[in-house]
Design a protein around this ligand. Structure first.
Ligand code: EPS
Length: 396
């Protein structure tokens, strides 16, 4: 239903984002987008670049008089750092950094200088995707769907959270994470993570970590099992892999659950006095059979440590063929808090796409009544024949 493209280099003049498939009539301003772009720029452990940039998306198409038109939405995010690079003589860059795209990009595209790999592989591109995610978030918000994130581990320092939070608990976690410079909802764990990052900066090294993205207020019935590529699990896990440096993702606590027994994992179904089908737990992370259950959707991702390190890593100078240490220019030390915000954006995109798939419609006003009439998790919505029937095929 939705598709997007981004273009632009890390130190080029600007990034371009185009999002196609948004319905008409969605209120959208540059301020709405600026908020998410600013959140993406925060977090302790970033390098010098963020003191140069002040991201804002200029909307150049698809929005008129503050409302989307249904046409492609185009947005431009300027790179302030461009003026520091334009027409500059660049030192040759021939020693690939292990873990970065320097070498694989050069092999694939036949580059004669590694800077061409890093320019497009850079996580600077996530500023453009942040803008796409912000528009998707705005669509979801029209239907009461909220997305937030928080960091649960940085460099081995973890936070212990309630294993079974409800929607209200999640909202508290989101708010607390906004107040933390490492996006961790627990002040004591935040301080320990902050200290861990400070330590690694002194040690001239980098850190990765784990973050969670949670979507609240989703109706049951988004996604499908009828074909493999429509499974929402697959779409969300794949989307997390689109966040630079993310090498692992899970729905709910999947890796822990892989060590348990079925009866310890699956969320019992109960019915309350008003005929609502309820769950006392959400270990499934909001998805069963590739479809939303109506419980919070919880996606967790693991980010590797940033691959540009002040301490050199052994490599090879491709110009001489001799062993050489990596050369440091500038980078982040820990980008996990920022990656969580980027993760919110990619999850927003997948969920907005799934919502549009379910509701159809070219405008918000067409979607609203369809949303209201969605089947809920209620006994009344699920009349069963409750009598034997014949398992016939081929029109018998
Ligand atoms: C990045 C390296 C750093 C980061 C950059 C991603 O940039 P620079 O090489 O200019 O110091 O700051 O992230 C951003 C610019 C951003 O907006 O998030 C990399 O190599 O991926």
């Amino acid at each position: 239903m939705l598709r997007y493209l981004t273009a632009g280099e890390s130190h080029g003049p600007e990034l371009t984002a185009i999002l196609e498939g948004m319905p008409a009539g969605l209120p959208l301003t540059e301020e709405d987008i600026a908020l998410d772009l600013a959140r993406r720029q925060t977090g302790y452990g970033r390098g010098g670049r963020m003191s140069i940039e002040q991201d804002r998306a200029r909307i150049t198409g698809g929005v008129m008089n503050g409302l989307t038109t249904g046409g492609p939405i185009s947005m431009i995010v300027a790179n302030r750092d461009w003026k520091n690079w334009a027409e500059k003589d660049i030192d040759p860059f021939t020693v690939p950094r292990p873990g970065h795209a320097d070498l694989t990009g050069a092999i694939k595209y036949g580059y004669r200088d590694l800077r061409l790999s890093l320019e497009r592989a850079s996580a600077r591109e996530t500023a453009a995707r942040g803008a796409i995610g912000a528009v998707c978030r705005k669509l979801l918000a029209e239907f009461g769907i909220r997305i937030g994130s928080y960091v649960t581990m940085i460099g081995g320092v973890s936070v212990a959270l309630d294993p079974n939070p409800d929607e209200a608990n999640y909202l508290t976690l989101f708010t607390a994470a906004e107040d933390s410079d490492v996006r961790c909802p627990d002040p004591a764990a935040s301080e320990a993570m902050h200290a861990r990052i400070r330590e690694v900066i002194q040690a001239k090294d980098t850190l990765g970590g784990i973050f969670e993205v949670v979507a609240l207020g989703l109706p049951p019935g988004l996604g499908s099992y009828v074909h493999a590529d429509r499974r929402l699990d697959a779409r969300l896990l794949g989307a997390m892999g689109m966040v630079p440096a993310v090498k692992g993702a899970e729905i709910g606590a999947a890796f822990d659950q892989a060590t348990m027994q079925g009866t310890q994992v699956h969320d019992p179904i109960t019915v309350d006095g008003e005929g609502n089908l309820t769950r006392a737990s959400n270990r499934a992370g909001g998805l069963e059979g590739g479809i939303t259950t109506g419980e919070p959707v919880v996606v967790r991702a693991a980010m590797k440590p940033i691959s540009t390190t002040l301490t050199p890593i052994p490599s090879v100078d491709l110009a001489t063929g001799k062993p050489a240490d990596t050369v440091y220019e500038r980078s982040d030390f820990c980008a996990v808090p920022r990656a969580a915000v980027v993760g919110e954006g990619v999850v927003a995109y997948v969920l907005a796409d799934a919502l549009l798939e379910k509701l159809g419609g070219d405008s918000i006003s067409e979607m609203q009544p369809r949303f209201e009439s969605l089947r809920r998790s209620r006994l009344d919505d699920l009349p069963m024949d409750d009598q034997p029937w014949r398992f016939g095929f081929q029109g018998e």
